[in-house]
Design a protein around this ligand. Structure first.
Ligand SMILES: [Zn+2]
Length: 281
């Protein structure tokens, strides 16, 4: 019995050490690009973004952001943004407007990356503004929180658009990796998908440990800067208690590793990374 407990403690310590390990150098320089994944105007800001009536009525501009990570010769996309169908047909209704200037494929082409070179597509959560262009990367392995994956396999009508975006993987034609917790994506500590449930059941953020310092990409843990201070929870949210716990974990990780926090929908945070086609290293 003692032996078993000692073994368990050693295994747990090993896991903890792994989680905190500084990355060994990847096969080449780690690079991070911010890609434009759309513009949004939320016209009922107060109603959508606080379940405690914290924000005023009125409109709030947000952006859609996707990211390319180059790890040596390997490539990962983090989120796939609004649908590229919006380039031709932008949406403008009483709730919101959504538009996209340029597709992901087109932006990647500018830096010499083809869709076939994208090995991994990481999805922060199942909302359609994060899955809209996934279908252009059918060769990629889709990595997504297991609880979001399970929800997509269910019958919730609100996930209809996302189901179409990810149909290739849901049908079993593409490789999918639903993950129940944190994932060390390249197995060297350089890029970690962090399980932060609440906004959706399998919501995740992404920690990228660049040589210049760690960067923490929010997913939709927060949608804009004010939410960090006032612990905002949107009214469209799966589990308030989990979201608050995930706010806490997210902030502690950022503080403990000294990460630059980038809120993906926050227009002001675009400037925290070099402007495309430049990358952070
Ligand atoms: Zn979003």
């Amino acid at each position: 019995m003692k032996k078993i407990i000692a073994g368990l403690i050693a295994a747990a310590m090993g896991a903890a050490a792994g989680a905190q390990a500084q990355p060994s150098a990847p096969a080449g320089p780690l690079q991070l690009w911010r890609l434009d994944c759309g513009d949004l105007m939320m016209k009922r800001y107060g109603a959508w973004f606080s379940d405690t009536f914290q924000y005023p009525a009125g409109a709030k501009p947000l952006v859609g952001s996707c990211y390319l990570i180059r790890h040596g010769t390997r490539h990962m996309l983090w989120d796939t943004g609004l649908s590229d169908r919006l380039i031709e047909s932008p949406i403008d209704n009483a709730e919101q407007s959504m538009s996209l200037k340029r597709s992901l494929v087109d932006q990647l082409k500018e830096i010499g990356v083809t869709p076939e070179q994208i090995e991994i597509v990481g999805i922060s959560h199942f909302h359609g503004d994060h899955t809209g262009q996934a279908r252009h990367f059918p060769a990629a392995k889709l990595v997504i929180g297991a609880a979001d994956w399970d929800a997509l396999k269910g019958t919730d009508e609100r996930l209809k658009d996302t189901r179409e975006d990810l149909a290739h993987w849901l049908a079993g034609s593409g490789k999918a990796l639903p993950v129940p917790g944190d994932v060390d994506v390249f197995r060297d500590g350089s890029v970690t998908m962090l399980a932060l449930p609440g906004h959706t059941p399998g919501h995740s953020a992404l920690l990228v440990r660049l040589a210049s310092g760690p960067v923490l990409l929010s997913g939709d843990q927060y949608h804009f800067t004010e939410q960090v201070k006032n612990r905002g929870v949107p009214s469209f949210n799966t589990n308030r208690a989990d979201t608050l716990a995930s706010h806490d974990r997210f902030d502690r990780i950022a503080a403990n590793v000294g990460a630059k926090v980038i809120i993906q929908h926050e227009p002001a945070d675009i400037a925290k990374l070099p402007a495309f086609p430049q990358s952070a290293k």
